[in-house]
Design a binder for this molecule. Structure first.
Ligand code: PLP
Length: 396
């Protein structure tokens, strides 16, 4: 028999979540996470994946993955620092660096543990991290793990960043200072002011760290938000994932050779967790090949995003101020947002409601993620559902 304490803890807490309607039931997909998905034998237009370029199901990536599996096997066999660094990992890192315009890069098994590993390899309890208040959970956890003092900075507010940097320096309490921000904020689709960040970081000698999970493959013709603003050499750590637009799984940091050398001896997930599978690494290389060879998928993604936004706006929805294909439809009331999403589901559209505490109270929304793989016909079907449900619930 197991622990009675654990049993009680689980029973009470699960019951509480369920009674408050906060228990998330996970949908199981019967097939690939493409532009149309199947759940419970029914098809849905999929507006909830991060598969921006449609690469997760791309034939070229699949073939490359199979090829690498045949060559190297299914597993890397060890952590990177013992003998789990295969040629395919080394090649991937070189290709990331070239694509990003930096001297070097390091690949991790996921974006999440990349933030865990990289932040705490640089920052210690003697340091302080200035962090945008809307940063991703993995940044927050990475900052906590480092033990550094965390100083929240108002969202995208460079004056607040300057004021807090100045205060931190004048206090004399800290060694190194870092500023960390998402490159693209995934809930609103707004883009970090990289020019302003570079300027402020120079002024106060802050280490700059951009998490470009939602910018990789999307901004800068695929090379990311930092490249988009022409600052590839000015941002110290360009972090990103291989799991969103790149379509596979993994994370990376691109930067100077010294930085990457340091992370390769200090970032704990790199040292103590087995390397990404050869198939994943090879598929990522193929994705970079595709992005370097043509902007076709990137262009289609943006066209689809602009089309979706234009039509939703014409219908009278509040779509916020997204600067990327991410398209929020802001409903406001939390319960109404959930109801809206449920009605869309019944109408054959999979678009998740996002509510407090993920976004501020009173800004409940449906977040739509168009991809390069959606056809205009698919988007039109989703838009018809939006119009119908919007009228029915009095949102438009
Ligand atoms: C998704 C995301 C991550 C985590 O990336 P994974 O590769 O999915 O682990 C990190 N940071 C941000 C901003 C993200 O959106």
């Amino acid at each position: 028999m197991g622990s009675r304490v654990l049993e009680e803890f689980l029973r009470e807490n699960l019951a509480e979540l369920k009674s408050k309607g906060l228990y998330n039931e996970i949908n199981i997909l019967e097939g690939a996470n493409g532009p149309v998905i199947e759940i419970g034998g029914k098809e849905f237009i999929n507006l909830s994946s991060n598969n921006y370029l449609g690469l997760a199901t791309d034939k070229r990536l699949k073939e490359r993955a199979v090829e690498a599996t045949n060559l190297y096997g299914v597993g890397a066999g060890a952590v990177r620092t013992i003998n789990g660094t295969l040629q395919v990992h080394d090649e991937l890192e070189k290709r990331i660096a070239r694509f990003k315009g930096t001297e070097a890069a390091i690949a991790f098994q996921s974006g999440f543990n990349c933030n865990m590993g990289a932040i705490s390899a640089i920052m210690t309890k003697d340091d302080a991290i200035l962090s945008d208040e809307l940063n991703h959970a993995s940044i927050i956890d990475g900052c906590r793990l480092s033990g550094a003092k965390i100083i929240r900075v108002r969202h995208q507010d460079m004056d607040d960043l300057r004021a807090k940097a100045k205060e931190a320096i004048e206090s004399g309490l800290y060694g190194k200072l870092m500023y960390i921000s998402d490159g693209v904020f995934s809930m609103d689709g707004d883009v970090a002011d990289i020019n302003g960040i570079v300027e402020a970081c120079r002024e106060y000698d802050l280490i700059s760290y951009i998490d470009d999970a939602h910018g990789s493959g999307v901004m800068g013709k695929g090379a990311g938000t930092v490249k988009h603003f022409g600052h590839s050499k000015d941002i110290d750590l360009q972090m990103g994932t291989l799991s969103k637009a790149i379509g596979v799984v993994g994370g990376y940091v691109a930067g100077t050779k010294d930085l990457i050398d340091w992370l390769k001896v200090r970032a704990r997930p790199f040292l103590f967790s087995t390397s990404m599978t050869p198939a994943s690494a090879a598929a990522c290389i193929e994705a970079i090949d595709i992005m370097e060879g043509s902007t076709e998928l990137h262009d289609r993604l943006w066209e689809n995003g602009l089309y979706l936004k234009k039509r939703l706006k014409e219908m009278g929805f509040n779509i916020g101020n997204s600067q990327t294909p991410i398209t929020p439809v802001i409903i406001g009331d939390e319960v109404m947002a959930q109801r809206f999403s449920k009605r869309l589901f019944e109408e054959g559209v999979y678009a998740k409601a996002i509510t407090f505490p993920t976004v501020p109270m009173g800004t409940g929304r449906i977040r739509n993620m168009p991809t390069a793989a959606h056809t205009t016909e698919m988007l039109d079907m989703a838009l018809s559902a939006y119009e119908k449900v919007g009228r029915e619930l009095g949102v438009i």
